[in-house]
Design a protein. Structure first.
Length: 159
């Protein structure tokens, strides 16, 4: 079975970070996501407001770096919850459980900080960092300089 979802939209409010009784971080937020098509009668796009829940390190990342109005790309899975309201009525809610959250817009001016888990692509993955030199996790240099000297020796290239 496959349950994979990608959504991109703007946060409708600041993420709310809470902790479970065991201390596990959980963040909830909502994204305003425009549909791809326009209404024929009005010519306007409809917007869906989608609830998102992030857990553990992803929750901390989202609560630290995202605020209301920021564009976010969320990769995760759709989850349907059945619950009972205060009047005893049966209700159903759909939400996205975030596996990865990425920046959907450019970094804000003056925000050049890095944290553990920050990837060059502008997102956070709860999985362990990889040592892949071709686009995987690359921690910032210890001296704080984000650039390093490249070797000019290309070796024995045939061209």
């Amino acid at each position: 079975m496959l349950n994979k979802i990608f959504i991109m939209g703007r946060l409708t409010r600041d993420p709310e970070l809470r902790r479970t009784q065991t201390g596990t971080p959980v963040a909830s937020f909502s994204l305003a996501v425009e549909r791809d098509y326009k209404d024929k009668s009005t010519g306007e796009r409809t917007t869906d407001f989608i609830d998102v829940v992030a857990w553990r390190a992803t929750a901390e990342f989202v609560s630290r770096y995202f605020t209301k109005g920021r564009m976010a790309v969320v990769e995760g899975r759709l989850q349907i919850r059945d619950w009972t309201d205060k009047e005893g009525g049966k209700r159903r809610s759909a939400e996205v459980i975030a596996d990865n959250v990425y920046f959907g817009d450019s970094k804000r001016d003056g925000d050049n900080s890095y944290s553990t888990g920050y990837r060059q692509g502008g997102g956070y993955s709860a999985s362990a960092p990889s040592a892949d030199p071709l686009g995987g996790y690359a921690p910032p240099p210890a001296d704080g300089d984000q650039f390093s000297e490249l070797s000019t020796d290309d070796g024995d290239l045939p061209f």
